[in-house]
Design a protein around this ligand. Sequence first.
Ligand code: KIV
Ligand code: ZN
Length: 531
Amino acid sequence: MSSDEHDKDHVRIFDTTLRDGEQSPGISLNSAEKLEIAHQLARLGVDVIEAGFPIASPGDFDAVESIARADFDPAQPPIIAALARAQAPDVEAAARAVRDAERPRIHTFISTSDIHIVHQFRSTREDVLAQARAAVAHAKSYVDDVEFSPMDATRAELDYTAEVCAAAIEEGATTINIPDTVGYTTPEEYMAYIAGLYRLIPELEDVIVSTHCHDDLGLAVANSYAGALAGARQIECAINGIGERAGNASLEEIVMLLHTRGDVSGLHTSVVTKELARTSRLVSRLTGYVVQPNKAIVGRNAFAHESGIHQDGVIKERTTYEIMDATSVGLDANSLVLGKHSGRAALKQTLAELGFVVEGSALNTAFKRFKEIADKKKQVTAMDLEALVTDDLRNELASYTFDSFEVEAASGREPHAKVSVTLPDGRLAAAEGSGDGPVDSVFRAINAATGIDAQLRVFRVDAVTGGQDALGESSVVLEYEGQSASGQGVATDIIEAAGTAYVRALSNVVRKAQAAALAVDLAAGAPVPTP
Ligand code: KIV
Ligand code: ZN
């Protein structure tokens, strides 16, 4: 137990990027990507990593298990939480997935709102109470650290939620989380709800109260803050605010609010704020979810001054128009780090400074790509290296690979592409296609080569850094057999980046469609829904 845990003003940061965040439409992270994010979250200093929902699929189970087995800093290993509905098979799967973690937690939940109990579960309050009790007791038989969430609490009757939470505490729950599942509450109401629970359940003083707020009305951070003012000492949040629908409370915003205005709340976290920008970039890159330029804390413009008056003030004295320092969130990281003649050892060392442990064949691949890029770019920056290393993680589980392409394009003529793709069985497939532009013709040729008629839903290309020689990073979202999934690719040539992103999205969406079909077969028509 760390000294922070005895500090009454310490707010635990529970990161749910890999669970609630991963439920955002189109996000499909593989195990290697989830593990990389988990390592970065640990460097960021979050207290709890919710690694996933193990019952949902074998892939989810494996990802949670690999994070539970990861080599975190033994001096400060994060708690690894696994989600489970209040049902025995879920609790058992969660317990198995986190059993090797240094500090395992099972997070079980069931709704207490009548809207959910009556309409969704066709159940009764008595049944829900009994299920909550049984699930917490079951989880407690595996781990000491059990979190219970009365889902949709903010639309549930206070007295009934209090009765269910009291039962959960009696069965051994150590954290009681109060979800604003549909992002409906307001700061005053949420504060009063939590105060009401403290009044009705004297034992609540003996456990940690937690917030879990969704952003449907843009109030997730404000509500989480209100919850902390009412006594919550754990905040559930996600990097870049990703999550179901409008997302969760954004981790970087709530952390910097507590950090910057600790003078008003008296509260603090253990987050290493200098790691915020890098964590945001990593999550954005691997999920394909772009961070809007004006996003608080980590947006490209969060510390940029456009108005002459503001620029003048900041040049004279930074605090005239800045309440935080860009370096305090790590937004100053894009300096030149390696030159064209740098060797393998320098690359390894620089990557380690950037937080990536890259060794063996992964280092060989990274070095080869670094040399290719260094030949084309004047400067290789920290951002370029991040883009390259994370790009290689994307190959795990990629059943199709984009091998080569050739495009003919001239004004007044429809562009024509020839591609070759390696199929899951190792065969090379070549095909041709024509379309509205060079990229479209490559996408059509890939569909012809793979025989998969996926529908393109999103296509984007962004520059990793500024400058004409910048690396291009492409993101593609495809839909196939009712599933959607994204893929990303990085290259100096944007057609190559786009083709790579498309083929990775294809691998992800085909895998998702196969998993969904298998789940339906196994459960005779009842796949496990995400919460
Ligand atoms: O939003 C929600 O209610 C959840 C629970 C599973 C905590 O994500
Ligand atoms: Zn949620």
